[in-house]
Design a protein around this ligand. Structure first.
Ligand SMILES: Nc1ncnc2c1ncn2[C@@H]1O[C@H](COP(=O)(O)OP(=O)(O)OP(=O)(O)O)[C@@H](O)[C@H]1O
Length: 367
C-alpha cells in the first residue's frame, strides 16, 4: 500500500480528490441531460443488481417520470414476484408495475413432443397465452396435441383445460370429435386414480412428500434419468407421456425405465395418445371406478387395489380400515398373492360408524 501511495502521489503527482458522491452527482446530471425536462423513462426491472441500481439512479434524477416494469414470466423463483414488488415499493419507494406474462412465456416453450419442461417445473396449471394462439402451454394446439395434453394433464394433481376470457375459444369442445375419445379416456383414468391421488395428497400434507416427482428421484445416481422430460411419478406410479411423431407406431417407442421392476398396466383403455403407466414392483395403489356424477358414489362402494409384485416377493395382505373408534380388520385371513400383476378387490360394508368385517375378492380366491 505504501509503495502504491508513493508511486501515485509522489512519483505521478496525482491528488486524492475522488468521492462516491461526485460520481453520483455526475451520473444524475448525465441522466437529466439525456432525458430532458419533460420526457418519461421506462425501466425493465428484474430485481437484480444492475436494473435496480439503474432504476434507483434514474428515479433520483427524474422522479415519477420513471416507470418501472417487472415481468413475471412464470419461471421466477419461489415468491420472487412478491419479494421484488415489495422491496421496490416499501423499501426503495419505487413504484413498479408488475406484468403477468406467464401464459405468453410458457406457451413459447418447446413442447411439440410434449417435452414437458412444465412438468418438471411443476406448472400444473398452465393457461393459454394472451394472444389466444396457444392452449395449455402448447402453441398452435391441434386436436391431437390437445388430446395428448389431456392424457398427461388429467393425471396431474391439478389440471385446468380451458382458455382465458377474451381469447380464441380453445375449450376442449372446440377441438371437436377428433379428440373427444382420448379426452374421455383420460378423464376416466383420473377417476380410477382418485383414491391414489388422495393418498398422495395426504402424504404431502402429513409428511411433506411431493405429490408429483421427477423420475430421477427413483435413482438420484442415474444421471441419464435426469434428461427424462417426458415422464414423472405419482408416488410409485410412473407416467410416461406419449411422444410419438405422427408417423411412428406405438411399438417403436422405447421407454427408458428406472432400475427395478416396473409393471405396465392400463385400464383396458390403451390409446396411442394416452401416456403409458407403470407401477413399481412391490407397491399397491387403490383405485375406484369412474362415476358420471357424484350421486353415484357411495361409502360402501368397492375399492380395488392394484398390486404389483416384484419377482422375489410373496405378498401377504391383511387389510384394515380405520373406524371412528378403532381399526378393524377387513380380512382376517392373510391373503396370499404369489405372482403376476393382480387386482385385489376389497368390498367393505359399514354398520353405524364402524367398518365391519368384509369380503375380499382376489381373482380365483374368496375368503
Ligand atoms: N423479469 C424481468 N422483468 C423485467 N425486466 C427484466 C426481467 N428480467 C430481466 N430484465 C431486464 O433485462 C436486463 C438484463 O437481464 P439479465 O437477466 O441479463 O440480468 P443482469 O444483466 O444480471 O441484470 P440484473 O442485475 O438487473 O438482473 C435486466 O437488467 C432487466 O433490465
Amino acid at each position: 500500500m505504501e509503495t502504491l501511495r508513493y508511486f501515485l502521489f509522489d512519483i505521478c503527482g496525482v491528488t486524492a480528490g475522488w468521492k462516491m458522491e461526485d460520481v453520483l452527482e455526475e451520473e444524475l446530471k448525465i441522466i437529466k441531460d439525456t432525458v430532458g425536462p419533460d420526457d418519461h423513462v421506462i425501466c425493465a426491472l428484474s430485481g437484480g443488481v444492475d436494473s435496480t441500481v439503474a432504476a434507483t439512479l434514474v428515479h433520483k434524477a427524474i422522479g415519477d417520470r420513471l416507470h418501472c416494469a417487472f415481468v413475471d414470466n412464470g419461471l421466477l423463483r419461489f415468491k420472487e414476484r412478491e419479494r421484488v414488488t415489495e422491496t421496490f415499493e416499501k423499501d426503495l419507494h419505487l413504484p413498479v408495475t408488475c406484468i403477468d406474462a406467464t401464459g405468453q412465456f410458457l406457451s413459447k416453450l418447446k413442447v411439440s413432443s410434449l417435452k414437458g419442461k412444465f412438468l418438471l417445473a411443476g406448472f400444473l396449471d398452465v393457461q393459454s397465452a394472451e394472444n389466444g394462439h396457444s392452449f395449455g402451454g402448447l402453441s398452435d394446439a391441434t386436436p391431437k396435441l390437445f388430446g395428448r395434453w389431456m392424457g398427461v394433464g388429467a393425471l396431474f394433481p391439478f389440471c385446468r383445460g380451458h382458455s382465458e376470457t377474451d381469447t380464441i375459444d380453445h375449450e376442449p369442445w372446440s377441438f371437436r370429435e377428433e379428440c373427444e375419445e382420448v379426452c374421455r379416456l383420460a378423464l376416466r383414468r383420473r377417476h380410477w386414480l382418485l383414491p391414489h391421488l388422495y393418498n398422495l395428497f395426504y402424504l404431502a400434507h402429513t409428511r411433506g412428500i411431493p405429490v408429483a416427482t421427477h423420475t430421477f428421484s427413483t435413482d438420484p445416481k442415474d444421471f441419464d434419468l435426469r434428461t427424462h422430460e417426458n415422464s414423472f411419478l405419482l408416488g410409485p406410479l410412473l407416467v410416461y407421456a406419449s411422444t410419438r411423431n405422427d408417423d411412428q407406431e406405438l411399438y417403436q417407442i422405447q421407454h427408458k425405465l428406472p432400475k427395478g421392476m416396473w409393471l405396465s398396466f392400463d385400464f383396458e383403455d390403451s390409446h396411442p395418445d394416452l401416456p403409458s403407466l407403470y407401477l413399481k414392483g412391490g407397491s399397491i395403489i387403490p383405485l375406484a371406478p369412474p362415476y358420471q356424477h357424484v350421486d353415484e358414489a357411495n361409502p360402501t362402494d368397492d375399492i380395488s387395489l392394484l398390486v404389483a409384485l416384484d419377482e422375489h416377493v410373496e405378498l401377504q395382505v391383511m387389510l384394515t380400515a380405520e373406524s371412528a373408534n378403532k381399526g378393524s380388520e377387513l380380512s382376517r385371513t392373510p391373503v396370499e398373492i404369489k405372482s403376476g400383476d393382480w387386482a385385489l378387490k376389497v368390498v367393505p360394508w359399514m354398520g353405524g360408524t364402524q367398518w365391519l368385517h368384509s369380503r375380499v375378492d382376489v381373482i380365483g380366491y374368496e375368503e
